[in-house]
Ligand binder design. Structure first.
Ligand code: SF4
Length: 314
């Protein structure tokens, strides 16, 4: 059976930014990615690898230098250019910081009503629901509509942010580290809630996190990003059970074990290099335990099997 065409297509995307007195930095250096309706794609990698920059570009909050982003066949253009194209309110983002993303001076119900209006403004004919109904869907009482964001815990605020995003009846939900500021107990609840709400409504979900163990539980496919590039991608079970790229293998080796044995030693020496001066050849070579002759000057491409490493080159 032919798979449905992608809802979101990112093709060879480059996002570059400049800081005064510093060379231009390619935070995203040629990334291609797809998300289909009803599919959850987990994008993982360490801080500074470009995940959040990619998320912002997908939502039109950052202008790419090169490449293409299309949503349901329509090019996604940055906000300044499209002046809040109502059609693109069908992409909704849930941010990392549940404190900063809600207005502390407006009642929760009023903020969710903003989302409902955004969905209606693009002519969405879906079922109309009230702010109270959206609150119920995210596990909060209807009475929360009359209260202010600061009256809630971090996990509850993130549920409110999700309710506001859902109220716009998105076809694509983008979560940019939506669980990293939450207590451990709230992390899995919020992640599974985002998955079930997206899948129930037939929307796609791009879930960005540095926590591979949570992503594994909610994603259909995983893409692993390192220093602005995707280094491995595939169905979740394949990436989790048989990781091929040495970076993915090291990320998995650093995950705490359920038997309480504590952290396995991460094999990676050093930190993610400065993206304004990426290493030559394979960007991972200075930290790679399996680097060999040529890795310092030949850059591997993502091959059809979903891995960008010279160990697997034909
Ligand atoms: Fe390691 Fe070489 Fe593969 Fe890069 S190309 S991940 S340095 S083995």
């Amino acid at each position: 059976m032919t798979p449905p065409s992608p809802l979101l297509s990112v093709d060879d995307l480059v996002v570059q930014y400049r800081r005064p007195g510093a060379p231009p930095t390619r935070a995203v250096a040629g990334v291609s990615l797809e998300v289909r309706a009803g599919e959850v794609v987990g994008l993982v990698g360490e801080s500074g690898c470009g995940k959040s920059t990619l998320a912002r570009a997908v939502c039109g909050l950052t202008a790419p230098k090169d490449g293409r982003i299309t949503f349901d066949g329509t090019p996604v253009r940055p906000l300044k250019v499209r002046r809040r194209d109502p059609a693109l309110t069908a992409i909704q983002m849930v941010f990392q910081d549940p404190y900063g993303s809600l207005n502390p001076r407006r009642r929760v119900g009023t903020q969710i009503a903003d989302g409902i209006r955004a969905g209606a403004a693009r002519g969405d004919k879906g079922e109309a629901a009230t702010p109270e109904e959206y609150l119920t869907r995210v596990g909060l009482p209807e009475s929360a509509a009359q209260r202010y964001p600061q009256e809630f815990s971090g996990g509850q605020r993130q549920r409110i942010a999700i309710a506001r995003a859902l109220a716009a009846r998105p076809r694509l939900l983008v979560g940019d580290e939506p669980i990293s500021a939450l207590d451990a107990s709230a992390q899995l609840q919020v992640a599974t809630l985002m998955r079930s709400l997206a899948v129930e409504s037939g929307a796609g979900l791009l879930f960005i996190s540095h926590d591979l163990s949570v992503v594994r539980l909610i994603a259909d496919r995983i893409a692993v990003m390192y220093l602005g590039r995707i280094v491995e991608t595939g169905p979740t079970a394949q990436v989790w059970d048989s990781p091929r790229h040495p970076y993915t293998q090291a990320l998995l080796a650093a995950i705490p074990q359920p038997d309480g044995a504590g952290l396995l030693p991460a094999e990676l020496p050093g930190d993610v290099p400065d993206p304004s001066a990426p290493p030559s050849g394979c960007r991972f070579h200075p930290r790679c335990p399996r680097a060999f002759d040529g890795c310092d000057h030949e850059e591997p491409q993502l091959i059809a099997g979903g891995v960008a490493c010279r160990l697997y080159a034909a």
